[in-house]
Design a protein around this ligand. Sequence first.
Ligand code: SF4
Ligand code: SF4
Length: 411
Amino acid sequence: MSELTKAIKEKTESMLTADHCLSCTSCMAGCPVMEASREYRGPKLVGPAHNRMRFSQEDVEESLDFCSNCKSCDRACPSGVEVSTLNMLRRAEYYKTHPHSQRDDMLAHGERMAKLVRSMPFGASCANLGMKIGKSLGIFKSIGIAGERDMPAYASKSFLSMFKDIRQTSSEKKIVFYPGCFINENDPEVGVAFVKVMQKNGYEVLVDREFNCCGSPLVVTGYLDEALEHAHNNVARIYHWKQQGIPVVACCTSCSLMLKKEYHELFDEPEMKEAAENVYDAFEFLAMLEDEGKLNTKFGSLTHHLLYHVPCHLKSQGFGTPAAHILGKIPGIKVELADAGCCGMSGNYGFKQDKYDISMKIGERLFERIATSKADTVISDCGTCRLQIQHGGHVEPCHPVEILAKAYGEG
Ligand code: SF4
Ligand code: SF4
């Protein structure tokens, strides 16, 4: 029995939560996919109901494929059922006996692809050109990737390459920055802004090149064995820093959610829960500094009306919206919450041709908010939410930490 199969068979707190379902249907009312598509049979049935039955059945619920792992159902459930985790565990079981498509292999293994691209001279430029040509020739579409979308371009330099050239003042106060794949490969300026913000708060920022991708793209495409390998490596690295009293901080809310919460929900290993205590999302950490009276509030004046799309995976971390609170302290800044639900992108979900229409339908409320708001800038902490905002909202969003860096005169 593989390690993962053993873990799933023997476990687990997440699976046991299925027995707490009251059939109240709150999760169904909160599921954006169910609202956008009649093909998905919904979280109550696909999650707890089928999980209870499957202890004695081997049947397959085809519509499970429609779950985007947005986790809205988990937040809506009054009974603590970990619906999305039940779905991801069941999806992994499905792929034990069914082959993955070439499309899913590609979407799940962005880190592997990026390593290949970065190992070649002019790799980023060649890959970006290749993706443009591939799109115009319909090659991506032919393997099931939404032809309407652009694949995210590689930055000319990764964050980890840029990091070497950032001049920092050393400090006894240190944090380890976990950039994650999207910031490292596609949006390194977010990482640079974060380093500058932490320097302005008296922290020296370290990086750890032994970290892997958090594994979120692997989990949602059913590669749970590989995700477990990533989890073991990352948890060991988090422990290493924990022993030295140095916290690990991430700017991408899907990465921070995976490191803090999803590892132990999926794999149920006590070390994962303990390691999670040493991981913070960026604005969660900054809000802690503020609570302790240690946040640098010497902000310059900016003139911005911000529309803030709060990612689903930030809401699932349960610490409110500290970015709105902190940015709201900057003179000349007005922050308006978009309050428009899920953007519909959900990591790699919106890149799938067969999910593209659902993804865009879910995003309609947000696109409408962007079109009618008087805001001049849209902000969101999640990289793939920003891609969706760019694609469907036709604006150039940024990460809240980039606004904060500007307020410190570092933008
Ligand atoms: S994770 Fe999102 S898409 Fe999946 S069942 Fe829950 S609410 Fe619906
Ligand atoms: S919200 Fe929770 S308790 Fe209610 S139906 Fe869904 S899983 Fe069951």
